[in-house]
Design a binder for this molecule. Structure first.
Ligand SMILES: N[C@@H](CCC(=O)N[C@@H](CS)C(=O)NCC(=O)O)C(=O)O
Length: 224
């Protein structure tokens, strides 16, 4: 059994999508981010960085893992699934996983901060992050030319990690016109039943603040 500490955000969805795909038994503990539950002492014991997602793998001696990339890698290594084969396939998977963790995620995060949440609208910052996100999307577009998946010709944690962010392009105001390979890849992933189930975790915004409820509602509207 695994406990997943999460919220209805791209980094949280990466893990629920992977857990659903792998059909691993897990229980969900949803955090209310706007109430700063992630800063409470009990949670900082699990992740000193005060961020979701975190898992506790009870079958591995209550192993605690934070950082979504590390969690995805753990799940792939534990099951031998959702990762490329051999040294080359594994390396390809890790390259495209790291591309998301170090590129797509932080850049889309900053696009959200400056484009949506910041009280001051700073055109330079808004344009910089939107442009950088578009550039990264174009890298994905080129990679997907003649390919169905990002790594080793198979569906891996690299696809899951990138998809969980790319699907929220409207929220980050990233222009996706003229990226047909990326659009086809998004639809390919969205049609997987495990993705549908993973995106429904946490199951409801019960107990969440109005802000969280609004975010959940918005996030759920961001289909593919
Ligand atoms: N590098 C971390 C980033 C995690 C992260 O930023 N999580 C966000 C939700 S998507 C969070 O917990 N935010 C709470 C906050 O900013 O206080 C990972 O990949 O796990």
């Amino acid at each position: 059994m695994i406990t997943l500490y999460t919220a209805a955000t791209p980094n949280g969805h990466k893990i629920s999508i992977a857990l659903e795909e792998l059909e691993l038994p897990y229980e969900v503990r949803a955090l209310t981010l706007s109430a700063r539950e992630q800063h409470e002492p009990w949670f900082l014991e699990l992740n000193p960085n005060a961020r979701i997602p975190v898992i506790v793998d009870h079958d591995e001696g209550d192993l605690v893992i934070f950082e979504s990339g590390a969690i995805l890698l753990h799940l792939a290594e534990k099951t031998g699934r959702l990762i490329g084969e051999g040294l080359r396939g594994r390396s390809e998977t890790l390259q495209w996983l790291m591309f998301q963790v170090g590129g797509i995620g932080p850049m889309m995060g900053q696009a959200n901060v400056f484009g949506r949440y910041a009280p001051d609208k700073i055109p330079y910052a808004i344009e910089r992050y939107e442009r950088e996100c578009r550039r990264l999307f174009e890298v994905l577009e080129t990679r997907l030319e003649g390919r169905e998946w990002l790594a080793d010709d198979r569906y891996t944690i690299a696809d899951i990690a990138n998809y969980a962010w790319v699907r929220t392009h409207r929220w980050s105001r990233v222009d996706v016109t003229g990226l047909p390979n990326l659009a086809a890849w998004r639809h390919r992933i969205r049609s997987r039943p495990a993705v549908e189930r993973g995106l429904a975790v946490p199951p409801s915004s019960d107990g969440a603040s109005r802000d969280d409820a609004r975010f959940v509602e918005d996030a759920r509207k961001m289909l593919v």
